[in-house]
Design a protein around this ligand. Structure first.
Ligand SMILES: NC(=O)C1=CN([C@@H]2O[C@H](COP(=O)(O)OP(=O)(O)OC[C@H]3O[C@@H](n4cnc5c(N)ncnc54)[C@H](O)[C@@H]3O)[C@@H](O)[C@H]2O)C=CC1
Ligand SMILES: CC(C)CC(=O)C(=O)O
Ligand SMILES: [Mg+2]
Length: 377
C-alpha cells in the first residue's frame, strides 16, 4: 500500500541487549552518514528502551511507551533482545521481539541469504557463489503460538501446541508469491517452495493444502514442496537451487540460522518483519553474549537490515531516493568486504564493530558513485 511521503520519517530505534546495542550504534552512524551524503529524505532515529536487561532493571521487557512509539513510527529498527540468565517466572526469556511481531501483526519474516565476493566460502563448490534465496517465515502462529500457553501437567508431561490457520497460511503464502513475482521481474525466473512436514503432521498437511490453493492463483510462478528435513540437506548440499521458501514459524527460525551458516555466520544475515501496516527491521542474530561488550560483532547484518528498511519505506511512500540510499549502503558493505579494506573478526579478520562501521561509512562516496554509474548504464 503506498502512502503520502512525510517530511521526516520517524524511526523507532530499539537497540535491546548485548551486541544489539553495539551493532545498532554502528547502523545509526551509517544511516546518518548516508543521509548527510545524499541530502535526501530525513529519518529521525529515536531510541527506546526494551529488552531483557530492561526487564531485569524495571520488571518490564516492553514498556508501553516503547510499544506506542513502535506503533506510531514509520518503521522500527531493532537490534537484538534476550539474555540467557534473565528469565520470566516460567523459565522462558523476555524476548519482546515476539510481542512486537504479535502487536504489530508482522506476519512475514523475510530473511534473504546471498553470497557475495568477500564473504567466506563455506561450501567448496563453485556454484556456491550463486547462493541467493529468501526464506519467508510465518511469524504470528506456528509452534511459536505455544509461547506463554505451554503446560507441564501433574503427570510430568509438557505440551506446546502448533497453530496453523487458513488465514495465516494464505497471507504468508501470498506474500511469498508476491516476493517471487518481484524476483522474477529482476531475474527472469522464480520458484516458491513450501517447506513443511506434511507427511507426519495434520497441521502441516493443512499448511501445504492452503499453500497449494494460493499457488493455484499464481500461474506465472513455479512452485514445489519440500519436507523440512530434506530442505536442511538441500541447504547444505546445493543451496544455489533455492529461490523463495515459505514455511512455518519454528522451521523458519531453525532454517534461517542454518542458511546464515552458508555465508559465514549470523553477521551478514539481515531480516525484515513485515505486516500490512508496519515494518520492523533487525539482523537475524541474537544478542551474542559470548562476544558482547568486546567490539567483536559483525554489524553487516544490521547494516543490510537498515537497507531493507530504506527499501520498504521507498516502496511504501514512493520515495526512490530512499531506495538509492539502500543501494548505496549495500554497495558500500560489499565494496569493503570484496576489496579487503576491512574484514570482520567473525571471518577471522581484525575489524571490530566500530572499525567495520568506519570502513563502510568511508566507502559511501565511492558506493554512491558506483550506484549512479550502474543506473546510468
Ligand atoms: N532477534 C533476536 O533478538 C534474537 C534474540 N536471541 C537471543 O539472543 C541470546 C543469545 O542467543 P544465541 O542462541 O547465542 O544466538 P546468537 O545469534 O546471539 O549467537 C549465535 C552465535 O553467533 C554469533 N554471532 C551472532 N551474531 C553475530 C554477529 N553479528 N557477529 C559475529 N558473531 C555473531 C555469536 O557470537 C554466537 O556464537 C538469547 O538470549 C536469545 O534468546 C536469539 C536469536 C534472535
Ligand atoms: C529469540 C527468538 C525467539 C527470535 C529468533 O530466534 C529469531 O527471530 O530468529
Ligand atoms: Mg532465530
Amino acid at each position: 500500500m503506498s502512502q503520502i511521503s512525510p517530511s521526516v520519517y520517524e524511526i523507532a530505534v530499539l537497540p535491546g541487549d548485548g551486541i544489539g546495542v553495539e551493532v545498532m550504534d554502528a547502523c545509526v552512524a551509517l544511516l546518518e552518514a548516508a543521509q548527510r551524503q545524499d541530502g535526501g529524505p530525513s529519518l529521525r532515529l529515536t531510541r527506546y528502551e526494551a529488552g531483557a536487561q530492561h526487564y531485569a532493571k524495571c520488571g518490564d521487557a516492553l514498556p508501553e511507551r516503547t510499544l506506542d512509539a513502535a506503533r506510531a513510527a514509520h518503521a522500527v529498527l531493532f537490534g537484538a533482545m534476550g539474555w540467557p540468565n534473565v528469565r520470566y517466572p516460567d523459565g522462558t526469556e523476555p524476548i519482546p521481539q515476539l510481542d512486537l511481531r504479535m502487536a504489530l501483526d508482522l506476519y512475514a519474516g523475510v530473511r534473504p541469504i546471498r553470497w557475495f565476493e568477500g564473504l567466506p566460502r563455506v561450501l567448496a563448490n563453485e556454484k556456491a557463489r550463486d547462493i541467493d534465496f529468501v526464506l519467508v517465515r510465518e511469524q504470528t502462529e506456528g509452534l511459536f503460538y505455544a509461547r506463554g500457553r505451554g503446560e507441564v501437567n501433574a503427570a510430568g508431561e509438557a505440551y506446546d501446541t502448533m497453530q496453523i490457520t487458513r488465514a495465516g497460511t494464505e497471507r504468508v503464502s501470498r506474500f511469498a508469491f508476491q516476493l517471487a513475482q518481484q524476483r522474477k521481474a529482476r531475474r527472469g525466473q522464480a520458484r516458491v517452495t513450501c517447506v513443511d512436514k506434511a507427511n507426519v503432521f495434520t497441521s502441516m498437511a493443512f499448511f501445504r493444502e492452503v499453500f497449494n490453493g494460493v499457488a493455484a492463483g499464481h500461474a506465472d510462478i513455479t512452485y514445489d514442496h519440500a519436507y523440512v528435513d530434506a530442505m536442511a540437506l538441500t541447504m547444505v548440499a546445493k543451496p544455489w537451487v533455492l529461490d523463495v521458501l515459505v514455511t512455518e514459524n519454528m522451521f523458519g527460525d531453525i532454517l534461517s540460522d542454518l542458511a546464515a551458516g552458508l555465508i559465514g555466520g549470523m553477521g551478514m544475515a539481515p531480516s525484515a518483519d513485515i505486516g500490512d501496516n508496519h515494518g520492523l527491521f533487525q539482523p537475524a542474530h541474537g544478542t551474542a553474549p559470548d562476544i558482547a561488550g568486546q567490539d567483536k560483532a559483525n554489524p553487516g547484518a544490521m547494516f543490510l537490515s537498515g537497507a531493507m528498511m530504506l527499501d520498504w519505506l521507498a516502496d511504501r511512500h514512493q520515495q526512490p531516493a530512499l531506495a538509492a540510499r539502500a543501494r548505496t549502503i549495500e554497495t558500500a558493505v560489499e565494496y569493503v568486504l570484496s576489496s579487503g579494506i576491512a574484514r570482520p573478526m567473525e571471518y577471522g579478520g581484525t575489524a571490530g564493530t566500530k572499525a567495520m562501521a568506519d570502513a563502510v561509512i568511508a566507502a559511501l562516496p565511492h558506493a554512491a558513485q558506483r550506484v549512479k554509474d550502474t543506473q546510468a548504464a
